[in-house]
Design a protein around this ligand. Sequence first.
Ligand SMILES: Nc1ncnc2c1ncn2[C@@H]1O[C@H](COP(=O)(O)O)[C@@H](O)[C@H]1OP(=O)(O)O
Ligand SMILES: [Mg+2]
Ligand SMILES: [Mg+2]
Ligand SMILES: [Mg+2]
Length: 354
Amino acid sequence: MSLNLAFEKQVAIAAVRRACVLTASVFNNLVKNETLTKEDASPVTVGDFSAQAVINTILNRAFPDDPIVGEEDAADLRAESGAALRKRIVELANATLTAKLEVEEKEEWGLGPNYSQTTEQLLDIIDRGNYGGGRTGRMWTLDPIDGTKGFLRGEQYAVCLSLIVDAQVELGVIGCPNLPSDPSNPSGPRGNIFVAVRGQGAYQLPLHDPLSSPGTRLAIPAFTPENLNLLESVEKAHAKLSFNDRVAELLGVTRPPTRMDSQAKYAALSRGDGGVYLRMPTGVGYREKIWDHAPGSLIVEEAGGVVTDSRGERLDFGLGRTLGENFGVVAAGKQTHAKVLEAVKKALAEEKGQ
Ligand SMILES: Nc1ncnc2c1ncn2[C@@H]1O[C@H](COP(=O)(O)O)[C@@H](O)[C@H]1OP(=O)(O)O
Ligand SMILES: [Mg+2]
Ligand SMILES: [Mg+2]
Ligand SMILES: [Mg+2]
């Protein structure tokens, strides 16, 4: 049975939209113009912390009892050495929170000109993201900037928020400020929000139009080997790309992979802009974090896809802040997924035989 999460969805979209405006301005002011000196913090750190402060403020006001599993914590900001960074983050978070209300937003969420926060309040609110996760109850997951390397390159990154209830993702929202609205027109308008509520479908909305809900419904198309391609990380340290090449070969894929940073890969897959998202561990013991997969996996499922690990098992969001032992991620449309899983198992067996 689908939960009625209309209010949660409205709040989550508004929170992600505000954070996307913030991160885009950090990029334009601090990254592109290189106004941060070497002694200053990295722009991505400024963006991460202030975006988490903004989203946590809104969640805390709208859902005061809900815990949040967020990527960042304020320990470094509280240190004496964090003074310059702290000042920048407070300025940026307050500028974002006090901006005028959009039609779908409410003052009760701590938004608008009357809601400037103190430094202490903002540090505490960043630390509202320190929940350890678990199997029962409601919790939000937040990655304020996912794909930090892509963010710095001016390429893909994502602001990622989800609501998990009893270890099942029920709501997912991903903001992709740099993703083209129409994949067939890559130089056309950019900036989209992807949203899904379990049982209610997945949708794409333009980032800059707060009245655009519900948006365009997404459905993963069927693929043949000729038009199939893989979505994968840009960063070699994040996934085993040589393994992907072997799987593509086994599947008879001839198109080159699409390399893209962040959970924008799940968004791209959900609209058929790439047929498989394959992310196998590099073997260094890295554990995937729940905030890196929760919203994306629901959006793909609601677009008609299947998301499992390399054993064919569902991702387990009830183990804490991570997904536990890393068996990789295989995401694709229903028909494609079964074939990809078979190829993945074959490639794994080949590796073992070597
Ligand atoms: N060693 C690693 N292996 C896999 N993923 C990693 C590793 N280090 C960081 N990440 C995370 O991988 C995700 C990006 O993957 P991709 O390269 O596919 O876009 C990010 O969430 C990034 O964290 P962060 O959110 O801090 O950028
Ligand atoms: Mg991330
Ligand atoms: Mg991040
Ligand atoms: Mg990070």
